[in-house]
Design a protein around this ligand. Sequence first.
Ligand code: DGL
Length: 263
Amino acid sequence: MEDFDKAIGVMDSGVGGLTVLKELYGLCPDENFLYFGDTKNLPYGEKTKEELIEIVKEIFDFFEHKNVKAVVLACNTTSATAYDELKDKYSFKIYPLIQIVSKCVAKNSTLSRIGVMATQATINSHKYKTELQKNNPNILVYEQACPLWVPIVEKQLTDYDEKTAIKGYLDKVLEFNPQKIILGCTHYPYLLDKISKYAPKDLFINPAKLFAQYIKEDMNKNNMQTHKKCGGITYFASSEPENFKKNAKMFMEIDSQPTLVHI
Ligand code: DGL
């Protein structure tokens, strides 16, 4: 098989990365995607950097075995913690979310105050702040961890106190008076309707569109796009594949149950 006709791996801890996959598949419908939802190790946001490096290594080994041409880290937390350590250790191209999205956002020269809402591990790494300021040193960044949000999405919780769980985190960011707030976890766009009860929807950036557009352009530039016309998506999950299929509905309808993969 020619290199450009190989599949593209996409990974996240659960269904959140589907926000990225949906955009990417929309832009590149001829590509073959392998989506890995690491439901066994969820939530990533509570894990240490060392634990996350070990987990991502196992998923990258899985993708290497599948002979992919590229891997999309559709996950802020692992872009922040594991990418730097692993980026030169594999033969496929790796697309890290935070590094790419920060570059796209910082290009907009009208932005000087940005809020970031993300998992605890992402916030601890200060990766958004570092990457945004690397691209534009004049940007001020306020970072807020939202540890309750991934469990709310993945467990489909409804019995939580919105004032604490949603408004509580948001109020702290709004005090900073940001021009934009990055939803720095791929699970968060699901909560946007709830979040935007307390602030205008257009204040928030869902990085999925920017990220997918960058990947498509980069693949075209590097002649990596497939020449075939038989794209599709195959799903894998590290636990409870039936639950993954059910939860996936939040973001996109998936027609087949993921294959269970033990990592
Ligand atoms: N959705 C991932 C992210 O973008 C990880 C969420 C988690 O499992 O804590 O960071």
